[in-house]
Design a protein around this ligand. Structure first.
Ligand code: DGY
Length: 323
């Protein structure tokens, strides 16, 4: 039997590409740049499987009126808000993702952002590199202490829990969270956290608010002007979830007005475009979507896609099937 034809939209870790090449008739995008709408449409009517990433936009329009050949979209990533899941389902295309393997690394990046904004790490590094450091003195670049402060987590899934654990057990922080469904208090306590009944209750008490919910229509602009205004005066916002969870214009307004003290961001509304105002603000730490960016994690993500797609074509249960 001939091997399934597979398109990989970006370059992956070499070890994973080697496994893909062994198992499938695989084509890699040689340019390693995001595919446009027409290229994705062509892919969906050519390949048995397409393996996209967060940089490939697959809205309903991409699937419209196509003679679809693709049977599975094996997404390289846990978040899949860049794919119109309903449209894929309607065309009979399975979608899979890569949960679990990027939990620790994403929680680490949230911690890195929290510590950086609290202790002014980015600002300090920029000052030193610019040759502007005048030496130690008691009032130089003082930040805010983390130990004993309250962190408020929005979304208590795998990454929210791993972040809670780091904050509480690693840094002696008080951890509260909001989650749409109730979490067993004993389970929350294992991560050193307790659930509050509303998002507003979390925003009112947290010195740091960290977002760990999915992106997409359901949570679009969850952090809007009203919710930013509901944050404790002088608090910090951390976002390693998805850019569209925050109304970026409202965030810039809150930062300019000084109602919140700073922000640590790894994701943006129109990636890779990041508003210049945000890039210029000293109290904002900006990272280029690094949450899962470690050798170990990117390899594990790739191998998860391989396992999902292999199981699909062998007619076995697909481990991480979204639809
Ligand atoms: C994820 O897995 O969702 C990461 O953000 C990369 O897409």
């Amino acid at each position: 039997m001939s091997k399934p034809r597979i398109l990989v939209t970006r370059r992956w870790p070499a070890t994973v590409e080697a496994v893909l090449a062994e198992r499938f008739d695989v084509t890699f995008n040689p340019d390693d740049i995001p595919l446009g709408e027409n290229e994705l449409r062509l892919a969906l009517s050519t390949y048995d499987a397409v393996l996209p990433t967060v940089s490939d936009r697959l809205p309903a329009a991409v699937f419209d009126g196509l003679p679809v050949v693709t049977k599975i979209l094996g997404n390289f990533g846990v978040g899949y808000n860049h794919i119109d899941i309903a449209a894929a389902k309607e065309r009979g295309i399975a979608v899979t993702n890569t949960p679990g393997v990027l939990t620790d690394c994403t929680a680490d990046i949230a911690m890195l952002l929290l510590l950086s904004v609290a202790r002014r790490g980015g600002e300090g590094e920029r000052q030193l590199r610019a040759g502007e450091w005048k030496g130690w003195c008691p009032t130089h670049m003082v930040g805010t202490k983390v130990t004993g402060k309250t962190v408020g987590i929005i979304g208590f899934g795998r990454i929210g829990k791993a972040f809670a654990q780091r904050c509480h057990y690693g840094f002696g922080m008080d951890v509260v969270f909001f989650n749409r469904s109730p979490i067993d208090p004993a389970e929350a306590a294992r991560y050193g956290a307790r659930q509050l009944p509303t998002m507003e209750a979390v925003l009112a008490v947290a010195d740091f608010v960290s977002l760990h919910c999915p992106g997409g229509a359901e949570n679009r602009h969850l952090m809007n002007a009203a919710r930013l205004a509901a944050m404790k005066p002088g608090a910090f916002l951390i976002n390693t979830a998805r850019g569209d969870v925050v109304d970026e214009a409202a965030l810039i307004a809150a930062l300019k007005a000084g109602t919140i003290r700073g922000a640590g961001l790894d994701v943006y509304e129109a990636e890779p475009d990041v508003p210049e105002t945000l890039r210029r603000m000293e109290n904002v730490m900006v990272l280029p979507h690094l949450g899962s960016a470690t050798e170990e994690t990117r390899t594990a993500m790739g191998m998860k896609v391989v396992d999902n797609v292999t199981a699909f074509f062998e007619g076995r249960d697909v481990p991480d099937r979204v639809v």
